[in-house]
Every structure is written in structure tokens, then in C-alpha cells.
Design a protein around this ligand. Structure first.
Ligand code: SF4
Length: 252
């Protein structure tokens, strides 16, 4: 992937970042005490809420199993009941076991050894592990290993499409490239940016009934402005004057 160049998109993306930072404050991600805990969390969080993952991680921690060496001694069948709260626990136990085989086999379970490997080679190795997809691999690379890789998820795709920065057909790779071509390769920036988009997608830019009137990006967002206009025009009688949400002037 080529190095970023400053462009109009750089300014737009940095503007979005600044607004979200000011609105939400520091995110302090990823919630995990060690890089290995972050790796385990990234694998367990597929298709479930973080609250369920926290319970599974707490159960592993209580049994002294949250190190590569201790968890690595267990079979998938022995791991499964311990991560039951994370859902799909048999599948996730097999994924964890496959990840552990790779991590212990290649790197002796040491994140420092992983850090020495070139980012995209590391990414290919992770993606070759059964059950590890792009979002999980990139979460591990960014939040556990400290590599400058932008994480894309369903929230990112939805927010960027609503902002008009991608269309509905944009892939994971295309969206990741959009960020990484426009922004400096900066781990703290990517860390915080992804966390802020998750916060926005979870609290305001929801799939149904987005709360656009409360969104710090409203004046940049064609979708959000349409939502607000539709809300105003559906009131009876229709409103006329300055929109209380985006402060645009409405003439009916
Ligand atoms: S204005 Fe609405 S649609 Fe646009 S980013 Fe904010 S919440 Fe999402």
C-alpha cells in the first residue's frame, strides 16, 4: 500500500476525526490488559456484543488461562465451555486454537517477535488462519501488535456511505485504502479513529432511526440532512424557518 499524500480527502477525514474527538473525548481503546488479551478479545468479539466477550475473558482470567502458554495447553474442546458466554463457542474455540497454533509455532507466543515482521506479511499470515477475517486480523495488528493498519467494520461502512465518501458497493479493502492513502500511518490516530467511528455508529449513526439531530457531523452529512428535513417536513403543519438541527434555512 502506498504512503499517504495530503489531499482534500485528508482534510475531510481529519475534520471528521477532530469533531468526533471533541464530541466523545478519548476512547482509551482497546479494553485489554495485555496484547494477548486484546488478541483473544478480537477473536471472541465476532458476532457478539463486547459485554459477552468480557464475561468470557473474565472466566479465562479467573482460571489463569490468559497467556499464550497456559491457554495453548488446552484443546479446542477444553477451551469451548470456558468461552460459552461469547456465543458460537465451539467455532470460536477452534478459531482460538488455530490462532494459538500459529502464534506459538511462529512467534513462541511473543508479541515482540511479531512486531519485527513486516506488516503486510503478518497480515497475510493472520488471514491464512481459519476463521480469522480482515476485521479481526486488522484489529490484532493495530491494537495488539501496534502496526499502522486501519480497521474497517460495519459501522465504518455505514457512516462513510451516509457521509457520501463511499458508495454502497465499497469493499473492505477499498474503504481501508481510502483512509490509509489519505491519513498518515499513525498507530494512535488509527486506534482512536476506529474507536470513535464505533462510538458514533453505536450511539447515533444507528442502522435504523439514526439520531442525526445530535450528530457532530450533521452539517457534513447529506444523509443526515435529508433525515432532518424529512422529520421537519412531516410535522403538521410543515415548519418554516431555521432548522433547529442543522441550522439551515427552510422555506416551505
Ligand atoms: S448526521 Fe446522521 S447519518 Fe450522518 S453521520 Fe451523523 S448520525 Fe450518521
Amino acid at each position: 500500500m502506498s504512503a499517504h499524500v495530503d489531499s482534500p480527502l485528508t482534510r475531510i477525514l481529519m475534520g471528521i476525526f477532530t469533531r468526533l474527538s471533541m464530541a466523545f473525548g478519548p476512547m482509551n481503546w482497546w479494553p485489554g490488559e495485555t496484547p494477548f488479551e486484546v488478541m483473544v478479545g478480537a477473536i471472541l468479539t465476532q458476532n457478539t456484543s463486547w459485554r459477552n466477550v468480557e464475561q468470557a475473558i473474565a472466566a479465562l482470567k479467573a482460571d489463569g488461562l490468559l497467556t499464550p502458554q497456559t491457554l495453548g495447553r488446552l484443546s479446542a474442546e477444553e477451551i469451548a465451555p470456558r468461552i460459552r458466554s461469547a456465543g458460537y463457542y465451539n467455532i470460536k474455540a477452534r478459531r482460538l486454537r488455530a490462532f494459538l497454533d500459529d502464534f506459538l509455532g511462529r512467534y513462541m507466543g511473543e508479541v515482540e517477535r511479531m512486531r519485527e515482521v513486516e506488516t503486510w506479511l503478518l497480515r497475510e499470515e493472520l488471514l491464512a488462519i481459519r476463521g480469522i477475517g480482515q476485521e479481526t486480523a486488522d484489529s490484532i495488528l493495530l491494537y495488539a501488535v501496534g502496526k499502522p493498519v486501519f480497521v474497517v467494520d460495519a459501522y465504518t461502512l455505514r457512516i462513510l456511505e451516509r457521509l457520501g465518501l463511499i458508495d454502497g458497493t465499497a469493499t473492505y479493502d477499498q474503504t481501508q485504502r481510502l483512509f490509509m492513502d489519505a491519513l498518515p500511518r499513525d498507530v494512535p490516530l488509527y486506534n482512536e479513529y476506529h474507536a470513535l467511528l464505533v462510538r458514533l455508529g453505536h450511539t447515533l449513526c444507528r442502522k435504523r432511526h439514526p439520531r442525526c439531530q445530535d450528530c457532530p457531523l450533521l452539517d457534513l452529512c447529506p444523509f443526515g440532512q435529508r433525515v432532518c428535513w424529512a422529520t421537519l417536513l412531516s410535522t403538521s403543519p410543515p415548519l418554516s424557518g431555521a432548522c433547529v438541527f442543522c441550522r439551515l434555512y427552510i422555506r416551505v
